[in-house]
Design a protein around this ligand. Structure first.
Ligand code: MLT
Length: 253
């Protein structure tokens, strides 16, 4: 079984994704927010890289069925319904809605992973649920690529540690793993250095930037392991939950 980590989406090629299972990781905050939205009953999250694409897409929906969400420079975009704070995506707000989401790095990382056979959503908040899906994929003979969204083309600590935590968790189920160098580095980081993810908020550059901008509560929420235990898949350009919560009725087909 082979597991690779891409420290940023820039490393990805069609060949490195072909036939493989990918997981997109953007701990601060896109994949955490997506997990929160889906766990709290959103019908789907549709990721876009560009603002105008997101606005155009949202116009295709009945107004009361869609929420336009996202950030630029961390802050909610003028005229949008929501920003990119997981705490905004409560059941009352998102239940049954399609969320059209655009963020700086995370949503683009999904599009960069389009050539994979299947793509999951990974973060600390849905670590155990996603690990089950990844182990199943590996057992079915698929190779795995953990795609760290990073920050504007550079590696980020929180995504690297989260990728390493996935590698470590997979190893519990499948002892023999063939890892690329980045996967080995990330696993070491998660096992030997950052065993407590909550401390990442102060160490990681984007954690400090978010805190300075007034989003310290988001940072703390993004580091809560298994807080939104959704197994979410990106397929046909939309992200949906595979294990919706028992008390949520997803509306529409
Ligand atoms: C991103 O996609 O770059 C992020 O989620 C940024 C953020 O909102 O903190």
């Amino acid at each position: 079984v082979r597991v690779d980590v891409a420290m940023t989406p820039l490393e990805l090629t069609a060949a490195s994704l072909h036939g493989r299972t990918a997981v997109v990781i953007d701990v601060f905050r896109a994949t955490t927010t997506i997990a929160a939205a889906l766990w709290n009953g959103a019908r789907a999250v549709v990721p876009f890289g560009e603002l105008d694409q997101a606005v155009q897409s949202a116009r295709q929906f009945e107004r009361d069925t869609v929420l336009l969400a996202g950030e630029r420079l961390m802050h909610a975009v003028d005229g949008f319904d929501l920003g990119n704070s997981p705490a905004e995506f409560t059941p009352d707000v998102v239940r049954g809605k399609t969320i059209v989401l655009t963020t700086t790095n995370g949503t683009r990382a999904f599009h960069a992973s389009d050539a994979a056979a299947e793509v999951f959503v990974g973060s600390f908040v849905n670590q155990a649920a996603t690990t089950v899906a990844l182990v199943e994929a590996l057992e079915a003979g698929r190779e795995l690529v953990l795609v760290c969204a990073g920050s504007n083309g550079t590696a980020s600590l929180e995504d690297s540690v989260c990728a390493g935590a996935f590698v470590a968790a997979i190893r519990e189920a499948l002892p023999i793993l063939e890892l690329n160098d980045a996967a080995q580095m990330c696993e070491r980081l998660a096992r030997d250095v950052w065993t407590d993810p909550t401390a990442l908020g102060r160490a990681a550059e984007h954690g400090r930037r978010l805190t300075a901008a007034g989003f310290g509560d988001d940072v703390a929420q993004c580091l809560c392991v298994d807080a939104f235990p959704v197994r979410a898949v990106y397929r046909d350009r939309a992200i949906t939950a595979m294990n919706v919560p028992h008390d949520v009725e997803i509306l529409g087909a």
